[in-house]
Design a protein around this ligand. Structure first.
Ligand code: A2P
Length: 273
């Protein structure tokens, strides 16, 4: 199950998130996830677990080409040269020849460097070290600037998204620009969201778990969710969301959950080094 990126490369429709796992937790979780059928693995320099992810990929029973490994540039490496160095450090920790998707983790607009960073990303893609390039936690205005100044659009914007913060406007904007929305904290960090009656009622009606209902919602919104789980049984159920669907009435029942609150950082103000 894949979605086609604007650069012509297929991306899996769902993946495994690895924050906040340490190296050993990530190695174990990714190893198990790949054996269950996960093909998209999401990490970041800032998570401190790229070595664990890389170890699992190296030992995996499936070929490297079948896997889709995403990592992200941390804020301390914004700028052209720093971004190239940051990438090389990530690649060394991962132990990979190439990364499938490389994202700018946060725009850090106050530092005014993301355009230079993006030029380095374009270079990395031209070198074949990165297959696809994208951003994370960017606003439409910031992406417009990237496009205007470099002529190269990101193919993915990975943002916080869940039924409590559904990103309707941003998703519509992405759709108009052929940018895939990838959702972090898709389960609302396993918070109250999974206990909401609207979610548990739909789960009961479909004979599914609350997490499966929420992940199916992401898929039907056209987004690529990356639920984090270190638990083998939850990992298994989180992947099994492609054999049922929510009706338009079901989807309408989830709409009142959109209270507008973020769980994580705001793209305009978040500072991450
Ligand atoms: P665990 O790792 O013990 O499974 P998000 O991806 O939205 O940040 O959510 C991650 C949180 O949700 C983690 O605490 C994770 O715990 C929990 N979680 C992941 N999958 C499920 C599931 N199927 N049911 C309930 N909680 C889940």
């Amino acid at each position: 199950m894949t979605v086609m990126l604007a650069d012509g490369r297929p991306m899996p429709r769902l993946g495994l998130g690895t924050w906040p796992m340490n190296d050993e937790e990530a190695r174990q979780a990714v190893t198990h996830a790949i054996s269950l059928g996960y093909r998209l693995i999401d990490t970041a320099a800032g998570y401190g677990n790229e070595a664990g992810v890389g170890a699992a990929v190296a030992q995996a029973s499936v070929a490297r080409e079948e896997l889709f490994v995403t990592t992200k540039l941390r804020g301390s490496h914004h700028g052209y040269d720093a971004a190239l160095r940051g990438f090389e450090e990530s690649r060394a920790r991962l132990g990979l020849d190439y990364v499938d998707l490389y994202l700018i983790h946060w725009p850090l607009p106050g530092r005014g460097l993301y355009i230079d960073t993006w030029r380095a990303f374009v270079h990395l893609r031209e070198q074949g070290l990165v297959r696809s390039i994208g951003v994370s936690n960017f606003t439409p205005e910031q992406i417009e600037r990237i496009i205007a100044e470099t002529g190269v659009a990101p193919v993915v914007n990975q943002v916080e998204m869940h039924p409590g913060f559904p990103q309707d406007e941003l998703r519509a904007w992405h759709a108009g620009h052929d940018i895939v929305t990838e959702s972090w904290s898709p389960l609302g960090r396993g918070s109250k969201l999974l206990d909401e009656p609207a979610v548990t009622d739909l789960a009961a009606a479909h004979g599914r778990t609350p997490a499966q209902v929420v992940l199916r919602w992401h898929v039907q919104m056209g987004a690529v969710p990356i639920p984090k789980s270190a638990d083998p049984e939850r990992m298994r159920q989180n992947l099994e969301v492609f054999d049922f669907s929510l009706s338009s009435e079901d989807l309408a029942r989830l709409e009142p959950l959109a209270t507008g609150g973020r769980l994580g950082g705001d793209p305009d103000t978040h500072v991450e080094l």
